[in-house]
Design a protein around this ligand. Sequence first.
Ligand code: NOJ
Length: 702
Amino acid sequence: MKRLLLGLIVITSLQANAQQKSDAKMKTYVDALMKKMTLDEKIGQLNLLTPGGGVATGAVVSKGVEEKISKGQVGGLFGVIGEAKIRQAQELAVNSSRLKIPLLFGSDVIHGYKTTFPIPLGMSCSWDMPMIERSARLAATEATADGLNWAFSPMVDIARDPRWGRIAEGAGEDPYLGSQVAKAMVVGYQNGDLSKDNTLLACVKHFALYGAADGGRDYNTVDMSKVKMYNDYLPPYKAAVDAGVGSIMTSFNTIDNIPATGNKWLLTDLLRKQWGFKGMVVSDYTSVNEMIDHGLGDLQAVSALSLKAGLDMDMVGEGFLTTLKKSLGEGKVTQKEIDDACRRILEAKYKLGLFTDPFRYCNKERAANQVLSEKQKNAAREFATKSFVLLKNNQQALPLKKTGTIALVGPLANNKANMLGTWAVSGNRDLSIPVFDGMKNLGIKEVNILYAKAANISDDTIFAKKVNVFGTRIDIDNRSAQEMMDEAIAVAKQSDVIVAVVGEASEMSGESSSRSTLNIPKSQQKLLQELKKIGKPLVLVIMSGRPLDLNWEMENEDKFEKFKGNYLDVENSPLIPFGFGLSYSSFNYSDIKLSAASLNTTGKIKATVTVTNTGDYDGEEVIQLYTRDMVGSIARPVKELKGFQKIMFKKGESKEVSFTIGVEDLKFYNSNLKFVAEPGDFKLFIGGNSKDVKETTFKLVK
Ligand code: NOJ
């Protein structure tokens, strides 16, 4: 053991030495380059533009981009898609600008690039971290083959209000699961070595707390205690930093009334000083300019404030480009602040190998072979399979029999326009395979599929217009609602089983797409009510970018309790507990065995259960570990996720599953923001979701 430890120490110190050497080499290179740079050229590096014509992700499009590139006034571009276009822009930078500094090329590679994977919220439902890492690795391979070197992902904003449209883009509500996903994504994109031509600079966003917008309304104010911030909202960003993420994007919201983009506590004290982040920080789309609306001053003032807070790169707004020189002259910012920001951007370019070869990501052959390759598409299919969540399976209606007649109905059953989900800015919807085609492609001769659209996603034309900003997602049929319904009912009556594919259009979630209610639109609710009356087995396939209110669909009972935190007019307990998901099989959990009844601050406890597949199918189960700190110096959660394992069990198979708990797992931020574990009694739970658990107790002793 000692020898092994010694071996590890030698390797670690060798790695540290190698890192120091390569950092020193980078410093020498960047120092020499910066010596040649004028003030204007340094400020130019801090400018990130989007020329339009490619992928539009915001209201403003940059003007005079070519001229600015030639003048050395641009550090990077985004929204330019395709190897050829990227090469063209890079040629301009390295042939026309005085110092030939290559550009960064970013994009919102959110859930895949051209090959689109399930939305991040769906991916997180898989609880499959190796798969999530692989999805980011594949996205990086494909995007870098097409010229890109920077992904504006992962989004790790904890989101607890499903009305917020961008809940689709992250891993949901849980800090532990969110942190695991953040790490997997960063590792997948960067793969520990940005100098490779198939790795992308990841950009964790939106720093910070963007998912906690008041009322779930996008861009709204965030107001939160520091204790909640540290315990619940910051962990995923921290996990991304610890995993070595190379860049960070600030958020639109305020924190303690100071916009994140100009928040020195956030960008310098917390991010750089406490967390030791060494990469570059980019604003969100015109978020520097939006500080004017927040009442923080004019463009010059907010730009200076942002630079001083620790922002390095200004996305689209050109506040840095147009005002920093003046601010320097007036003593409002320092040369060092400009130099530091410029250095961090040049370092990112250096790490990506752009100074060695600005065209290393522009390789026609790679683009032709790797973009939308069979390997990518097969992976997308596999990921989709693993991200579905089965909520209910009465009378084992699923899996469907491979004989008989299926009535496939609903506005999303044969709908290419909505298959990719929100934030699939580079995906081609025409290439997607809707459920109808997917079923037919199985080619099962004994199955007869009858299709009817049955309803519009929504009948509301004003609502549809708002959703259809990027193209038609809600397509209102020429036929009347009654005609469509009649057709569906006729089809359903001829079938053995009805499969209704319903839910939200893709752009009913995403940026600037918050909803005040969480229902399936009325047109589809009516459809489901009518289908239910037919009395045949009814399978709902729900597509959505957020958790929906499925009380009626799940036949839920209301348990109102006076003098408890209830709403009067809706069901109060969670309809589906966190971590829930069925498989076609069923699982039994034994009682928990602990290796000891207590642990001290250096010890560990092993908790073991035997899990048995008691059903008729092989199946995967996500075994989850939760703890509860029974008495604390602050109010503590009733259950906290602390670990999980996704394991495949053959039919009838039993396996022992163990988790090891140490003092680190029991720590939290107390009211002085100290990360502590407090001795005392704890509960420990293991189960297949957060509600149906086995439980035991243990003590933490000094
Ligand atoms: C605004 C979004 O908030 C951000 O997530 C995205 O990366 C940028 N636009 C660029 O498209």
